[in-house]
Design a protein around this ligand. Structure first.
Ligand SMILES: Cc1cc2nc3c(=O)[nH]c(=O)nc-3n(C[C@H](O)[C@H](O)[C@H](O)COP(=O)(O)O)c2cc1C
Length: 256
């Protein structure tokens, strides 16, 4: 079984491709399952669970941590958990954090592999989507990287093959907790006068955190900061304070 969380399609594409190769079920963490993980028991017939999600500030996205903590799973037999993360640049010690969360549940971990994908983070100075050239290069190279990750799963690897980057400890142990505490607020989200009241942002939010009030989106408090609302707005009418001025949009291209 593959369980994935994806804001803008990168991790989804990886998850779907892995599930297709392994011929197993693929579950999206969206809506009710993500908001109330304890509500529904997940039954896994296979002897492996592959977790796929994007790296957030050199760690596991808080919504995924919450899901792992609270979810109820039933497996047919002994089950090994593998990790395949997508990142724009590097992962820091994301695998270490994921192993800790999985072990806390009494579950066994196998391989952890990272795959570089186009960047989606645009909310700070100096951060924007990749150039078209880099985006194309990353997408092309990801095909082989996915097959490499599958091979590591099927050959029962138990080690990390992660692009940790420099200063991994500082990024994951100092910046990650700071980011979770101070840089994940949905408050700066707003829509501009370009908004056409199409409601796409509300319909597509994986946390069901956006409502349309007087024709404009209003953000609640349970934001995953996945940026799907920002990237998928058809008229680029969503901003985050002043941080997104002049920035670009990205979503995993359909049909590649
Ligand atoms: C809130 C946030 C934080 C991110 N932090 C990192 C990071 O620490 N390192 C990195 O390489 N990419 C980072 N990224 C980029 C994503 O991990 C990357 O683009 C990923 O492939 C997006 O996957 P998705 O399309 O499934 O959401 C971040 C993206 C977001 C939205």
């Amino acid at each position: 079984m593959v369980i994935y969380f994806s804001g803008n399609g990168n991790s989804k594409a990886i998850a779907v491709s892995i599930a297709k190769t392994l011929q197993c079920e693929c579950i999206a963490l969206e809506g009710e399952l993500l908001i109330n993980p304890e509500q529904k028991e997940i039954y896994c017939e296979d002897n492996i669970i592959v977790w796929v999600f994007p790296v957030y500030s050199w760690g596991v996205p808080p919504v995924v941590v919450n899901f792992i903590e609270k979810c109820r799973t039933k497996t047919a037999g002994n089950c090994v958990h593998h990790l395949v993360v997508s990142c724009g640049d590097d992962t820091g010690l994301t695998a270490q954090q994921w192993r800790k969360e999985i072990n806390k549940k009494g579950w066994e971990t196998g391989s952890a592999t990272s795959i570089v994908m186009p960047n989606t983070y645009v909310l700070m100075k100096g951060f924007d989507t990749d150039s078209k050239e880099l985006e194309t290069k990353k997408l092309l190279e990801s095909k082989a990287a996915i097959q490499h990750a599958v091979k590591r799963i099927t050959t029962e690897c138990t080690d990390d093959d992660m692009l940790k980057g420099r200063f991994a400890w500082i990024k994951s142990h100092l910046i990650y907790p700071w980011f979770i505490r101070y840089a994940m607020s949905p408050k700066p989200f707003h829509s501009t006068e370009a908004c056409i009241s199409c409601g796409k942002c509300a319909k597509q939010c994986p946390m069901e955190n956006i409502t349309i009030v007087n024709g404009h989106p209003k953000w609640g408090n349970r934001c995953a900061l996945c940026l799907r609302c920002y990237h998928r707005c058809p008229v680029k009418a969503i901003g985050y304070g002043k941080a997104t001025a002049g920035k670009h949009q990205y979503q995993y291209p359909e049909g590649i």
